[in-house]
Design a protein. Sequence first.
Length: 375
Amino acid sequence: MVNKKKLRVALIFGGRSGEHEVSLMSARSVLSVLDASKYEVTQIGITREGQWLTGEDVIGKFENGKINDLERVILPAEPSRSSIFILRDTKLGEKFETLTVIDVFFPLLHGTFGEDGTIQGAFEMADVAYVGAGVVGSSVGMDKGIFKDVMRYRQIPTVDSIIVLRSEIEQDMSAMIEKAEKVSAYPLFTKPANLGSSVGVTKCHNRSDLQEGLMEAALYDRRILVERGVANVREIEVSVLGNDDPRASVPGEVLPSREFYSYESKYVDGTSGLIIPAPLPAEMTARIQDLAVQAYQAIDCAGMARVDFFVDKDTNEIYLNELNTIPGFTKISMYPKLWEASGMSYAALVDRLIELAMQRKAERDRTSHLYRSQA
């Protein structure tokens, strides 16, 4: 019997965004189910300052702040070279040494510089396989303002909102408050346009809250979303999986312990409840699943996404809130829990995402070969 060659996977985590800790939690969970008989795993951690490091037990050292003995790592910089390199100091200066060849990169970088198309662009330039959405799907999914514009164009219902700039807030706060108040009556939400995990999000009940919310969101992004707060809603989430033919999981319902599903209730105190599957009429479940797949395809998403909805308790109107292309991926996160409820285990889900990454790369190679044959 011939032993099947192990697939070489680079797990990338940490990063420069406000979701650095969440990324470590997701990576820890994924690492725990990567079957050692099938995968040879290289851990790559990115510090808050943007330094890329590798070595033994990178996750543990990042969690404990003991990264001094880790080595700097460099991604492949040209097509068809899927090796990663370490950068070592020698008496003759810095020297590149090949560390290993990588078959597929698995980024678990939530938020900016990881979920927004930046690292995906690097992967594309290097022509390597990677898990998740490409440049377009990642960048549009990440930017809440542009994403909502695309949804409106596709006639997918979403909550009223506007984008204001940090420079506008700094120049004339009063004018921005007046502009924001035209979106709707209070409550309003202020959010960084390019972030996730509820970081920098404020529910505003009055002008004082709004001013504080605008300033808070501006700490995280130069573009700030101001959104109508639907007063009496259910928060419903759906997981989507696939490339050209995606499918949606059963929906789940979030029961926030605070005024909204905040960062603290997600990752700190863990007090929010989840109901899986969500108790919804069959026709509403089907409608939400269909809208989730429509949104996924509209921005050319791939691999995975979690799609979040509001359902107005008074009118039963459905609003698509946002789409996360690298959702929280701990074992207790909604994305894998929804697939578990749909019949796919956490380990099987990770395997499937790696398969989808390889399929997506094969499809890109078809395009490259066609181009070369015509040149």
